[in-house]
Design a protein around this ligand. Structure first.
Ligand code: NAI
Ligand code: MG
Length: 495
C-alpha cells in the first residue's frame, strides 16, 4: 500500500523555497535556485534557493544579532520551554514531516516516522532538559603569590556563540535536530546548511522553530551547494563553531577552514563498521542481525555494519541465511509501506555504489547475492553480499554507503581484532555472542566510538556518539553535546 500524500505536504513542496534568514524567507541575492529530486522516480520535486557567500553573510549576521540580543535575553528555563514546544510541534506535524522526508530522501516512511520524527522529538526533549542543568565547578585554589590574599575560583560554561551546522542527506531532519537542539539548549544560535539533495525538511523545521516561539534569527537555514554555501559557512570568520556530519574527505576540508579562523569544530565522519560474529551465536540471530546492520536505510548510515566477520565454524550457515534474507527483501519506494529496501539518494550515489561493487568483483570478490541495480526508474541497488574478499580490496577498505556488505571468516579472537581494527575508520562495531568472557575481552580491544553487543545501530540521546581515527573529532549527544556547544570560562576572585 502506498501512502497517500497529504495535500498540505504537496502544497508545501509547491511553495516558494527561499532562504530562512532572520525569520524571513527570502530568495538568494543572485536569484539562483537549484532543483530537488525524488529518488524513487528521479523526477524533479521542486526548486530551492541556492545561497552564495553574500547570502551566508546575511544569515551569519542575523545569527550574531540574535545571539547578542533576543536569545541572550532568554533564561535557561525559557530555552527549555521553547525546545519542549518544538518537540511537540515535531510530533503534531509528524506525518507531514515524514512524508516530506520520504519524498525528498527516498527512505522508508516507517523509518521517517520513527527516526526523523519520533527519535528527533525524543532527542529534543532530552536536550531541552539540559538547558537548565548546565553547571560549572567551584575550585578551591592554592595561589600563593600574595601573602595573606584569599582566592575563590569557579568555571562557567558559556555558549560558544554562532554555530554553522552542515549536515548530510542520509537522515536529513534528524541530523539537523542533532545539531540545532543542543546548540540552542546551550544558548547558541545557528546557521544550518542542509545537504544539497535534501533541503526540504530543514526549511520546514525552520518554520516550526518560529512557530514554537524561538525568536527570529536564532535558527537560519541556507540551502545551496556544499561547494559554495557550505564552504562559505565553514570558512566564515563570523561563526564561532562549525558542526559537521558527512564524508571524511569534506570533514578535513572543513577542519582546515575552521582552524584558519580558530573556529571550534566537531566532525562526525565516515565509517566502515565491523560486525563480529562468534561461533556460539545462532546462525539465524547472526544473519538477521547482520542484515539489519547493513540494509537499514540501504546502508546509507555512517555506522552501517559493512564488514562482516564470522567465526569459521558457522561462516557458511550465516552467509547462506544472510543471502536468503537479502534476496527476500521487498524493493520499492519509501512510500510503499511493504517495501524494505528503498532507493539510494541520487543517481550519483547509485553509480558510486555500483562502481565500487564492480571494482570489488574485478579485484576478485564473489557476489553471493545482489550486486546490480533494480528497476527501470529510481536509484535502487539490490541488497548485496560479497565474499572471497581480501583486506586490501577497496570494498573492504572504503565506505560504500550503500546496501553492500563484505563477509570474511576468521578463526581466533586475536585475528578478528586485527581484522576489525585494520581500517582507517573507527565509528561503530558490533559483537554477536553470549560468551560474556569473550565479549568483555573484545570490547576494549576494538577501536570504535560505539561498540554494540548483540545489536547494531542502536542510539539513544544519552549515549555520546562519535568516532575514533578518521571517523571524526568530538562527540555528539549525551552530556558530551553540552561540552561541544559551550566554552569554559575560569573566574578567579581575590578577597
Ligand atoms: P559530503 O561530505 O560531500 O556532504 C555532506 C555535507 O557537506 C552536505 O551538506 C554538503 O553540501 C556539504 N559539503 C560538501 N562539500 C563541502 C565543502 N567544500 N564545504 C562545506 N560543506 C560541503 O558527502 P556526499 O558528497 O554527499 O557523499 C559522498 C560520500 O560521503 C558518501 O558516499 C558517503 O560515503 C559519505 N557520507 C558520509 C556520511 C556520514 O554520515 N558519515 C553522510 C554523507 C556522506
Ligand atoms: Mg561531496
Amino acid at each position: 500500500m502506498s501512502v497517500a500524500i497529504d495535500p498540505r505536504v504537496a502544497a508545501f513542496i509547491d511553495s516558494q523555497h527561499g532562504l530562512l534568514i532572520d525569520g524571513h524567507s527570502q530568495p538568494a541575492l543572485s536569484g539562483a535556485q537549484m532543483p530537488v529530486f525524488n529518488p524513487a522516480t528521479g523526477e524533479e520535486l521542486t526548486r530551492v534557493a541556492a545561497a552564495a557567500a553574500a547570502d551566508v553573510d546575511l544569515a551569519v549576521a542575523a545569527a550574531r544579532r540574535a545571539f547578542c540580543g533576543s536569545w541572550a535575553a532568554q533564561r535557561p528555563a525559557d530555552r527549555e520551554r521553547l525546545l519542549l514546544k518544538l518537540a511537540d510541534l515535531l510530533e503534531a506535524n509528524g506525518e507531514h514531516l515524514a512524508q516530506l522526508e520520504t519524498l525528498n530522501n527516498g527512505q522508508s516512511i516507517h523509518l521517517a516516522r520513527a527516526l526523523e520524527v519520533g527519535a528527533a522529538a525524543e532527542f529534543t526533549r532530552y536536550m531541552a532538559g539540559w538547558a537548565t542543568k548546565i553547571e560549572g565547578k567551584s575550585l578551591d585554589v592554592s595561589i600563593a603569590a600574595v601573602p595573606g590574599a584569599k582566592y575563590r575560583a569557579y568555571t562557567v560554561p558559556e555558549p560558544v556563540g554562532v554555530v554553522g551546522a552542515i549536515v548530510p542527506w542520509n537522515f536529513p531532519l534528524l541530523m539537523a535536530i542533532w545539531k540545532i537542539v543542543p546548540a540552542l539548549a546551550c544558548g547558541c544560535t545557528v546557521v544550518l546548511k542542509p545537504a544539497d539533495e535534501t533541503p526540504l525538511t530543514a526549511l520546514r523545521l525552520g518554520q516550526l522553530c518560529l512557530e514554537a516561539g524561538i525568536p527570529e534569527g536564532v535558527v537560519n537555514v541556507v540551502t545551496g551547494t556544499g561547494a559554495v554555501a557550505g564552504a562559505a559557512l565553514a570558512g566564515h570568520p563570523g561563526i564561532d563553531k562549525v558542526a559537521f556530519t558527512g564524508s571524511t574527505q569534506i570533514g578535513k576540508v572543513i577542519g582546515h577552514a575552521a582552524v584558519d579562523n580558530m573556529t571550534r569544530f566537531s566532525l562526525e565522519l565516515g565509517g566502515k563498521s565491523p560486525v563480529i560474529v562468534l561461533d556460539d551465536c545462532s546462525p539465524e540471530v547472526a544473519a538477521a542481525g547482520a542484515a539489519g546492520a547493513i540494509f537499514f536505510n540501504q546502508g546509507q548510515v555512517c555506522t552501517a555494519g559493512s564488514r562482516l566477520y564470522i567465526q569459521r565454524a558457522i561462516f557458511d550457515q550465516v552467509l547462506e541465511r544472510l543471502a536468503t534474507i537479502a534476496g527476500g527483501l521487498n524493493i520499492g519506494p519509501g512510500l510503499d509501506e511493504q517495501a524494505q529496501i528503498n532507493p539510494l539518494i541520487s543517481a550519483k550515489q547509485q553509480k558510486r555504489v555500483l562502481g565500487m561493487i564492480e571494482r570489488g568483483v574485478a579485484e576478485g570478490a564473489r557476489v553471493v547475492c545482489g550486486g546490480v541495480a533494480h528497476g527501470e526508474q529510481g536509484f535502487y541497488v539490490r541488497p548485496t553480499v560479497l565474499t572471497d574478499v581480501t583486506a586490501d580490496m577497496q570494498v573492504v577498505r572504503e565506505e560504500i554507503f550503500g546496501p553492500v556488505v563484505v563477509a570474511t571468516p576468521f578463526d581466533s579472537l586475536d585475528e578478528v581484532v586485527e581484522l576489525a581494527n585494520d581500517n582507517q575508520y573507527g565509528l561503530g562495531a558490533s559483537i554477536w555472542s553470549n560468551d560474556l568472557a569473550k565479549v568483555m575481552a573484545l570490547i576494549p580491544r576494538i577501536k570504535a566510538g560505539t561498540v554494540w553487543v548483540n545489536t547494531h545501530n542502536m542510539l539513544d540521546p544519552s549515549m555520546p556518539f562519535g568516532g575514533y581515527k578518521q571517523s571524526g573529532i568530538g562527540r555528539e549527544m549525551g552530556h558530551a553535546a553540552i561540552e561541544a556547544y559551550t566554552e569554559n570560562k575560569s573566574v578567579c576572585i581575590a578577597y
